[in-house]
Design a protein. Structure first.
Length: 208
């Protein structure tokens, strides 16, 4: 599995390694290898020390970071002392001791990338990582109500499909960023037009 993960990144995927990835073998024994085992070369980083965190640690962007970290961004619960070899550092701890290690490292590997997150990220850090790892598509659904989610995929015929859910018992409204057609009713929604959702509703669209 670890070799497969490295191959995934080499083939063009963005592999994200969280705390303790691959640390134990299939029998639950610690591997006698540099951590993260079998992935340290691809990641361009390794660790030999780790610590529990009794309180959240502030995290800040490193110089030139692609991450947008708001004030109050934190690391929680666990910390691995990541040591970059040839990886770059998008985020670092603001702490007199733990600040010697980065919170996040990243490195190009083949056609893809390996990113190590050396902590359990707080909500703000997790959100910033998600935005960076999976940028909104050009047809993206920005500014959705808190009860609404949108999932986008590709149909077998190549058309882009959008599935929009309202998880609330109250009606909600989203805004289409591109022209859409409702696959169930055939109704057209122009770019910038409203997408009305009833209570616990779901609507399926294709790009017009």
């Amino acid at each position: 599995m670890l070799d497969w993960l490295a191959a995934y990144a080499e083939a063009g995927g963005h592999l994200v390694l969280g705390p303790r990835t691959g640390y134990a073998d299939h029998e639950g024994q610690a591997r006698h290898e540099t951590a993260p085992p079998r992935l340290s070369a691809a990641a361009g980083a390794w660790y030999g020390e780790f610590s529990n965190l009794t309180q959240d640690l502030p995290v800040r962007p490193a110089p030139g970071s692609p991450l947008e970290l708001p004030p109050g961004t934190t690391a929680t619960r666990w910390l691995e002392g990541l040591t970059p070899t040839d990886a770059t550092v998008p985020a670092e701890y603001d702490h007199p001791h733990f600040g010697r290690w980065p919170a996040v490292t990243t490195r190009a590997h083949g056609a893809g990338r390996v990113t190590c997150v050396g902590t359990v990220p707080g909500r703000a850090l997790a959100r910033a990582l998600a935005v960076w790892l999976a940028p909104a598509p050009v047809s993206g659904w920005h500014g959705l109500p808190v009860t609404v989610t949108a999932t986008t995929g590709t149909a077998p015929d190549g058309r882009r499909v959008h599935v929009v859910h309202n998880w609330s018992g109250q009606p909600a409204e989203a805004q289409a960023k591109v022209a859409l057609t409702d696959v169930l009713t055939g109704a057209a929604v122009p770019a910038g037009g409203p997408v009305a959702l009833g209570a616990f509703d779901v609507r399926v669209f294709v790009v017009s």
